[in-house]
Design a protein around this ligand. Structure first.
Ligand code: PEP
Ligand code: MG
Length: 297
């Protein structure tokens, strides 16, 4: 099957109306770039920066992060690369940050919530991203968004970073700033978020656990942790609609994005980007190409 799927590597899935569906890769480290390229990834839809922070015994410096982000955009000159800002929580400690112990880490001080309260660390990442934007089509997205205010506060920090780089005469570019939709709050205020965000990426892993109120790591409630539950699918459809109405791109980067059984439904909702682990890409491309054929017949 692997051989048979190779023919899809260079395919850019296109719908009857001419819409191209970006099939992108989820990556956690630069070591995975080659596998993504081999699989036919049309850019990166989610680069998780957690490993970068967890790998070291100290916080990664601005220069070190810059090198990593630059390497990513240079690896995909024809496509966009979406880097997600640090999404770490009380359950995953990193060197250099003190985490309080929490009863409910998944409902706690994680992702954008933590970053906004550690502006020195957050700005180091944002400056590295602004600098890397010079080298390609970089986009940045914020995890765990649940209020409009979180985007506005991040925008203010980005503006400060621009001023700082200007003062130091360090070259920098610009990136589109998008948000992950992975909390029920974000779904419900999607039309408001769409006025501030350049794009949406639906994180079905967290969105499912939060909508169903079922811990994604607890096997006792695994049955509820199902993206095909009508409540979750309705949320995805709502987000796609809100994004479409505001004219912004809506993609998906949770595990569900790579499921051939669900891809036709997601495309019908209006998602135009699906990001998944490299291993899922060939099959997803095949599913999308068959979709086009079926409607043409
Ligand atoms: C998600 O929640 O769907 C997602 C893509 O992010 P992560 O799995 O890293 O939480
Ligand atoms: Mg998530």
């Amino acid at each position: 099957e692997k051989e048979a799927l190779r023919i899809y590597r260079d395919l850019e899935p296109t719908l009857d109306d001419g819409t191209v569906i970006e099939v992108a890769a989820n990556l956690g480290a630069t070591e995975e770039i080659e596998a993504a390229q081999e699989a036919g990834a049309m850019g990166i839809g989610l680069f998780r920066t957690e490993l970068l922070f967890m790998r070291h015994t100290h916080l990664p410096s601005e220069d070190m992060q810059y090198d990593v982000y630059k390497q990513l955009v240079e690896a995909f000159p024809k496509h966009s690369v979406i880097v997600r800002t640090l999404d770490i929580g009380g359950d995953k400690p990193i060197a250099g940050i003190e985490f309080p112990s929490e009863e409910n880490p998944f409902l706690g001080w994680r992702g954008i919530r933590m970053c906004l309260e550690r502006p020195d660390m957050f700005k180091m990442q944002l400056r590295a991203l602004l600098r890397a934007a010079v080298h390609g089509n970089l986009k940045v997205m914020l995890p765990m968004i649940s209020t409009v205010d979180e985007i506005e506060r991040t925008e203010r920090l980005i503006e400060e970073c621009r001023q700082e780089l200007k003062e130091k005469r360090i070259a920098f570019g610009d990136f589109a700033l998008g948000v992950m939709i992975e909390t029920p709050a974000a779904v419900l205020i999607a039309p408001m978020l769409a006025k501030k965000a350049a794009f949406f990426s639906i994180g079905t892993n967290d969105l499912t656990q939060y909508i169903m109120a079922a811990d994604r790591l607890n096997p006792a409630v695994a049955g509820l942790n199902d993206v095909t539950n009508p409540a979750v699918m309705a949320a995805i459809e709502m987000v796609a609609k809100a994004g479409r109405q505001a004219g912004i791109m809506v993609g998906m980067c949770g595990e569900a994005a790579g499921r051939p059984d669900l891809i036709p439904e997601f495309v019908r909702f209006g998602l135009t980007e699906l990001s998944m682990s490299p291993a899922s890409i060939p099959r997803a491309k095949r599913t999308l190409s068959e979709l086009g054929k079926k409607s043409a017949a």
